[in-house]
Ligand binder design. Structure first.
Ligand SMILES: CSCCC(=O)C(=O)COP(=O)(O)O
Ligand SMILES: [Mg+2]
Length: 229
């Protein structure tokens, strides 16, 4: 029986085009100015220090780090430091109403239904926990954060690593056999499955014929009974 559902964001609850055509360009546009102004703020300084460690350049100055961050953004690197900084930068965009967090129309009714049935809901994304809370706190349908019991980012591990799902299961305090992971990316689902989780792939666009996971196109097609042991 499924007692908790953990969902990915990009390509699962939200359109990949919102992330790549709205969020990422907005962060890129504001990155340099934001870092130059806020470089001494504790959260920014901590993320920049994490980045220095990631690239093994303890002496790198802010301008050098900005260059690295542009490269990371070009490569869509799931760097924990980059993701932390993007989350900080997006904050003013959400607060000013420059954009709202995209949700596919089938997502909110399903989340509400599961929540009402007593199933705990969690998020796991490469985006930082702060960025996840912003997306769901300022979503197209308003603040829906009350539906979620918790959030996980790459601090638990990368999304294609089995250990990340083991860590999440430990923190949720449920056996893997009672957990369902929703994602559009086969390799993430492979890792969750290897950790003993149930898995379901969202196909929002192109088919994935190499996947061995159950697939649906929308949340309203998800039948939790199929995952009962
Ligand atoms: C929290 S929204 C921004 C998502 C993001 O930065 C990203 O890299 C997408 O990663 P995901 O793990 O959701 O595919
Ligand atoms: Mg995804």
């Amino acid at each position: 029986m499924i007692r908790a559902i953990v969902t990915d964001i990009e390509g699962t609850t939200s359109d990949i085009r919102f992330v790549h055509n709205v969020l990422f360009p907005w962060a890129r546009q504001h990155l340099a100015a934001y870092l130059r102004i806020h470089t001494a703020e504790p959260a920014v300084a901590a993320a920049l220090n994490d980045l220095r460690q990631e690239i093994d350049q303890p002496q790198a100055d802010t301008e050098q780090l900005i260059t690295v961050l542009y490269r990371f953004m070009d490569e869509d690197r799931k760097s924990t430091a980059l993701k932390a900084l993007q989350g900080m930068i997006w904050r003013s965009g959400y607060l000013n109403g420059d954009f709202t967090g995209h949700l596919y129309p089938d997502v909110l009714p399903a989340l509400k239904n599961w929540h009402e049935r007593g199933i705990s809901l969690y998020v796991y994304s490469s985006g930082s926990v702060a960025a996840q809370k912003l997306l769901f706190g300022y979503s197209d349908h308003g603040d829906i954060t009350a539906l979620f019991s918790g959030y996980f980012d790459t601090h638990v591990g990368a999304k294609r690593e089995v250990s990340a799902y083991q860590n999440i299961a430990r923190q949720i305090n449920l056996p893997a056999s009672e957990l369902l992971f929703l994602s559009d990316i086969r390799q993430e689902l492979d890792a969750a499955q290897q950790a003993g989780w149930h898995t379901l792939q969202l196909i929002r666009g192109e088919a994935d014929n190499e996947s061995l996971h159950r697939q649906v196109n929308r949340f309203d097609q998800i039948k939790l009974e199929l995952f009962s042991l």
